[in-house]
Design a protein around this ligand. Structure first.
Ligand code: NAD
Ligand code: IPM
Ligand code: MN
Length: 366
């Protein structure tokens, strides 16, 4: 029996509701395939500010490093919005400390789900893309990053800096992912204005020489935001800077009806197969793309699908359990196919599945 150590960090708001759903699914996988998933749970975010005065303790980072993978919920909430160090520092700190530079956010419109999207059916039908977001550099992290006061008033600065190495490694992940899919990579930048984007584009062209089988296209991020909702099926894999990816992935969520549907995998290395065709096992943190959704917390309205699909990613990328991951994906798809809809997917006023009911529907099909 193979044993895997999973660090569970439920966080705030609906975080515990959705990671709870994922743990039930993981338990079912463990029972059916005879694996041993060992969980260690810790407090992060607003809960950790309340309990320990800091959103992310050193002990938590150490345990996360020792674990085979991290299952993360979400952090943040109005209660802590004016804290000097906000709950969000927990996820930003973990990404940096664990070197999780590659954030994979797939956006797929499941057949039959088109009417649940606020966009027109014929636009969203068949959309199936991966947004690859650089996660440990760019505008989020580089110094100077500060606020200060001057005689002329208050000032604030954030810095968008990238090194050649940082750009190259995320692009390689993009090319590898594209190679395993429909072989098209869209590199998204703002090269008409930003120096860091010009460097990004230059390196994209250089790296593309190693991937002659993958078509590389460049798009400026502003028009890309437009094409994303007018011609979403034109995308396969999209790769971009940290903040561009944050914004574009929430926009893309609308295609698949709700942000609650979107999983994510944050990886410390190149996924895919090694030279001998075996799946590489990469260190990773798995969280839905959405936040703590304080507006619906504690009401059974959270869609657990984003977190459950993130758990499937964990099996695939960190544990090398492709068959088990595929079974979870199929169970989710089948539950949706059979019409089960959480509150965010159901038409206004219609009956909806609670978080637990939706989870049960997935468990039933595993
Ligand atoms: P959000 O993603 O929490 O919510 C946006 C909207 O989507 C809300 O209306 C919410 O009800 C809905 N929604 C989100 N997830 C859902 C789900 N699983 N099921 C059904 N509906 C869902 O974004 P926000 O409201 O801007 O942020 C709330 C807090 O979460 C903030 O403090 C923010 O910083 C934090 N946040 C944390 C993470 C993270 O921990 N990784 C990610 C994003 C936002
Ligand atoms: C996300 C979130 C985070 C981000 C916040 C909570 C720091 O919005 O994971 O998309 O901006 O990366
Ligand atoms: Mn975001």
């Amino acid at each position: 029996m193979a044993t895997f150590d999973i660090m569970v960090l439920p966080g705030d708001g609906i975080g515990p509701e959705v990671t709870g759903a994922s743990q039930q699914v993981l338990d079912a996988v463990a029972a059916r395939w005879k694996h041993n998933f060992r969980y260690q749970t810790d407090v992060v975010g607003g809960g950790a500010i309340d309990a320990y005065g800091t959103p992310l303790r050193d002990e938590t980072v150490k345990s996360a490093r020792r674990a085979n993978a991290v299952l993360f919920g979400a952090v943040g909430g109005p209660k802590w919005d004016n804290e000097p160090v906000r709950p969000e520092a927990a996820i930003l700190g973990l990404r940096k400390a664990l070197g999780l530079y590659a954030n994979i956010r797939p956006v797929k419109v499941f057949p039959g789900m088109e009417p649940a999207s606020p966009l027109k059916d014929d636009r969203v039908r068949g959309a199936d893309m991966v947004i690859l977001r650089e996660l440990t550099g760019g505008l989020y992290y580089a110094p100077p990053k500060k606020r200060w006061e001057t005689k002329a008033g208050r000032k604030g600065v954030d810095t968008l800096l990238y090194t050649e190495k940082e750009i190259e490694r995320i692009l390689r992940v993009g090319f590898e992912l594209a190679r395993s899919r429909r072989k098209k990579l869209t590199s998204v930048d703002k090269a008409n204005v930003l120096q860091s984007s010009r460097l990004w584009r230059e390196i994209a062209i250089e790296v593309s020489k190693d991937y002659p089988d993958v078509e590389l296209e460049h798009q400026l991020v502003d028009s890309c935001a437009m094409v994303l909702i007018t011609r979403p099926t034109s995308f396969d894999v999209m790769v971009m800077e940290n903040m561009f990816g944050d914004i574009i992935s929430d926009e893309a969520a609308v295609l698949s009806a709700s942000l609650g549907m979107l999983p994510s995998a944050s990886l410390a290395g190149l996924p895919g197969k090694d030279a001998r065709g075996r799946p590489r096992k990469v260190k990773g943190l798995y969280e839905p793309s959405h936040g703590s959704a304080p507006d619906i917390a504690g009401q059974g309205k959270a869609n657990p699908v984003g977190s459950i699909l993130s758990a499937a990613f964990m099996l695939q990328y960190s544990f090398g359990l492709a068959e088990e991951a595929a079974a979870i994906n199929a169970a989710v798809e089948s539950a949706l196919n059979d019409g089960h809809r959480t509150a965010d997917l159901a038409p206004p006023g219609a009956e909806f599945s609670t978080t637990q009911h939706m989870t049960d529907m997935v468990l039933e099909r595993l």
